[in-house]
Design a binder for this molecule. Structure first.
Ligand SMILES: *[C@@H]1O[C@H](CO)[C@@H](O)[C@H](O)[C@H]1NC(C)=O
Ligand SMILES: *[C@@H]1O[C@H](CO)[C@@H](O)[C@H](O)[C@H]1NC(C)=O
Ligand SMILES: *[C@@H]1O[C@H](CO)[C@@H](O)[C@H](O)[C@H]1NC(C)=O
Ligand SMILES: *[C@@H]1O[C@H](CO)[C@@H](O)[C@H](O)[C@H]1NC(C)=O
Ligand SMILES: *[C@@H]1O[C@H](CO)[C@@H](O)[C@H](O)[C@H]1NC(C)=O
Ligand SMILES: *[C@@H]1O[C@H](CO)[C@@H](O)[C@H](O)[C@H]1NC(C)=O
Ligand SMILES: *[C@@H]1O[C@H](CO)[C@@H](O)[C@H](O)[C@H]1NC(C)=O
Ligand SMILES: *[C@@H]1O[C@H](CO)[C@@H](O)[C@H](O)[C@H]1NC(C)=O
Length: 654
């Protein structure tokens, strides 16, 4: 049995059994009420559109613990004690053992100048008053549990200073549920020279606990200061610190661009908490971190500006840096005071793409990345068009960058889909979160957009609220319709990204999201799987087609031709969205092939029994694309479209 699928697998084989029923390609048994004609599929006409190479990308924002406690693999939460409880008590950390033998407080005596908080620990044990068995100490639960896995190696680092008399020092580091891993047994002396010591070691886990805690205990009296305690898995993507499983989920979307680091995260609720790239580079111990006040948690900036650029490079995506243009959600900077913001933006661009000889390029080189990053786009602010100072601030920054970097494409926050911009821009940012019905109808949003103006950067879209639940099929089907509308308008729509990309299930500030995870597991929502159906659109050719249907408020379709460059095979992909509650029958014909020519065909369907069905840790693949394949399919087929479904047909053209 020759399979036409380029990705023949057991999965495909299994569904082949059903293919006979699903793909009644050859005989038309009913009068279809819709027809789709793909015109001149083999020739280039004035109506074919080269879809931009950059079409589908991702938007990575520090929201829902996407990075801290997510993509960034650091396991210790509040590793520098910067977040404290009332009266300088512990936050997230807790005390182990009987509190009459240990007292702790946070005070600002760290050796790290930009993050002065440190933990002071007094252990009141001595020969007369021995510590309870097991000792006393402190514990850190990580971000809702640390994933410690058998056979994996972890780098443990901490900084310590002894305040008491010289002597043995026997802190024991261990992880709950995986047995004791001796970490510091070789450090027997912490001289009382008032100096901080960095203790660094690697450990291998002998057992697995997905929700472990780090424990630091001792049975020896003394007075100590601790700071910057880190546990980092060695097994990260290319050793770059990104959690491998989450990285792969994003890589599977083949993103052509990566917008970062926000979102409103860039602005902050208050300007003092805005994202400041210069505070996020350099040794992790020395990064001050900051209060992500818009999403209400501390960001240790483990994924700093350099790591975001590295992430984009690792994904093969063009970085799109969003920087603060002088706005928080509550404040705005006057154009006359914008100087430092303009300089920060220019310096940030130089850090990313300047030569290693330039001022900021040399800083980047010193941090291990001499090669300039491929920064071609920057966005001047996020959702700031409504502010009275935006036009003026925008122009100041625009002019400064334009003259220093004529090639960099500049993205405005103002929507030009309906009315033209009042200022020059290469692209305009467009965001929408709405109902499923509205998003379906927004497939025509860009039909009448002026073709002479800037291109559209649709950098946030999703169905939300009631229609979406925590990530429903209904939302995903409407999003597919919207994406088809963007394909049709890809002469003006350059780039598109769903938002938000990630959510740690323990901090779902914004629902729904594309990828949901906890310390060790994850799943894609139906919205994630819809994006996968559009992965091949980047750099493909949009083919003109005509859909004749009585259900035009429920059906939408598109056709592209695309090339699988690894297999050197050419395909025509037809996608049809049925946003109605009835089953639809559609006759599809592809013009341009000789009568009788036969094709291999793979059909992929995303649907489910209930339109509100979702995926979950318990059922991560409840709503995922199902693939079936058939050989010897002609260029005219009849297809049945399930209620609330997205169906994609790949015809192998050779
Ligand atoms: C389309 O045809 C199917 C049967 O082929 C029928 O059930 C459905 O009601 C029709 N839809 C419309 C909008 O006419
Ligand atoms: C198909 O191609 C022919 C020849 O290039 C052209 O005359 C015709 O208008 C095209 N049809 C459509 C629908 O694009
Ligand atoms: C903090 O300390 C003050 C003064 O000692 C005390 O009144 C207050 O109750 C403490 N707050 C908490 C939350 O412990
Ligand atoms: C803690 O230790 C003290 C002193 O040994 C003792 O009196 C007390 O009962 C202990 N508390 C607990 C909860 O074990
Ligand atoms: C902070 O820690 C230092 C070093 O142990 C200590 O000397 C100082 O008294 C502490 N300050 C407070 C306010 O507890
Ligand atoms: C501990 O120290 C001893 C003696 O210096 C050395 O042989 C051993 O390799 C060390 N162990 C570790 C885990 O570093
Ligand atoms: C969304 O998830 C929460 C728990 O995380 C659950 O209580 C709620 O019922 C879910 N909503 C839907 C529509 O499934
Ligand atoms: C569209 O379909 C209707 C009903 O099948 C048919 O009468 C009409 O001719 C079709 N129009 C075109 C342009 O194919």
């Amino acid at each position: 049995m020759a399979s036409c699928s380029s990705k023949a697998s057991l999965h495909v084989m299994f569904y082949f059994l059903f293919a006979i029923y699903f793909l009644s390609f050859e005989h038309c048994c009913v009068d279809a009420n819709s027809t789709l004609i793909v015109h001149n599929a083999t020739t280039v006409s004035s109506k074919t559109i080269p879809i931009p190479d950059t079409f589908l990308g991702v938007f990575v924002e520090e929201i829902n613990h996407a990075c801290a406690g997510g993509l960034w693999a650091e396991l210790v939460r509040n590793k520098g004690f910067e977040v404290r409880g009332p009266n300088n008590t512990l936050n997230v950390w807790s005390i182990i053992g009987n509190e009459s033998f240990i007292s702790v407080s946070i005070n600002d005596s760290s050796c790290f100048e930009r993050n002065k908080a440190a933990l002071q620990m007094e252990v009141h044990c001595n020969d007369k008053n021995p510590c309870p068995s097991g000792g006393v100490g402190i514990s850190n639960p990580g971000y809702w549990g640390m994933n410690i896995e058998q056979g994996k190696r972890y780098k443990v680092v901490y900084h310590i200073k002894s305040e008491g008399e010289e002597g043995d020092f026997n802190f024991q580091l261990s992880f709950t549920g995986v047995g004791v891993i001796e970490v510091s047994s070789n450090i027997t002396q912490v001289p009382e020279d008032g100096k901080w010591r960095k203790v660094e070691t690697e450990v291998e886990a002998k057992a697995t606990n997905h929700y472990s805690s780090l424990q630091i205990t001792t049975s020896k009296g003394g007075s100590y200061l601790f700071d910057q305690i880190s546990v980092m898995p060695l097994d990260t993507y290319m050793g770059h610190g990104f959690r491998k499983d989450l990285f792969q989920m994003v890589a599977d979307l083949k993103p052509k661009f990566m917008r970062f680091p926000g979102g409103t995260y860039v602005e902050g609720y208050h300007l003092q908490n805005k994202y400041q790239w210069k505070d996020t580079i350099g040794a992790w111990e020395e990064r001050p971190g900051h209060n992500n006040d818009i999403w209400n948690y501390w960001s240790d900036d483990g994924i700093g500006y350099l790591e975001y650029l590295q992430l984009a490079e690792d994904l093969g995506a063009l970085p799109i840096w969003v920087f603060n243009a002088g706005f928080s959600r509550n404040e705005q900077i006057n154009p006359s005071d914008l100087g430092p913001y303009v300089q920060d933006a220019l310096d940030g661009i130089e850090f990313a793409k300047g030569s290693p000889e330039s001022k900021w390029g040399s800083v980047r080189a010193g941090l291990g990345h001499p090669k300039p990053f491929d920064l071609r786009y920057v966005a001047i602010g996020n959702e700031d068009c409504e502010f009275s100072n935006y036009q003026a601030n925008y122009l100041k920054i625009h002019d400064a960058i334009r003259s220093a970097y004529p090639d960099i494409k500049l993205i405005s926050n103002c929507d030009a889909s309906v009315t033209p911009l009042k200022h020059p821009a290469d692209l305009f940012d467009f965001h929408t979160y709405t109902t499923s019905k509205d998003l379906f109808s927004m497939s025509t949003q860009f039909d009448r957009t002026a073709r002479s103006g800037p291109k559209a950067f649709v950098s946030e879209f999703a169905v939300w609220r009631k229609d979406a639940g925590n990530g429903s099929l209904l939302a995903a089907v409407a999003e597919a319709a919207f994406l088809i509308g963007l394909e049709k308008n890809s002469d003006i729509v350059d780039m598109v990204a769903y938002a938000p990309l990630f959510s740690n299930i323990n901090d779902r500030k914004w629902i729904p999201d594309a990828i949901v995870f906890d310390s060790y597991q994850m799943y894609g929502t139906p919205s994630y799987w819809v994006q996968k159906l559009f992965v091949e659109s980047s750099g493909a050719t949009f083919l003109p087609s005509t859909l004749n249907t009585t259900s035009s408020n429920q059906l939408i379709a598109s056709a592209i031709s695309w090339k699988d460059s690894t297999e050197n095979k050419n395909y025509i992909r037809i996608k049809v969205v049925n946003f109605g509650r009835g089953t639809e029958t559609i006759d599809i014909s592809i013009d341009g092939f000789p009568v009788g020519q036969q094709f291999g065909c793979t059909k992929t369907v995303l649907t489910s029994d209930n339109v509100m069905d979702e995926n979950s840790f318990a059922q991560p693949t409840k709503v995922v694309p199902q693939t079936s394949s058939a050989v010897n399919v002609e260029s005219k087929i009849q297809a049945i479209l399930s209620p609330f479904s997205v169906t994609s047909f790949d015809f192998l053209i050779l």
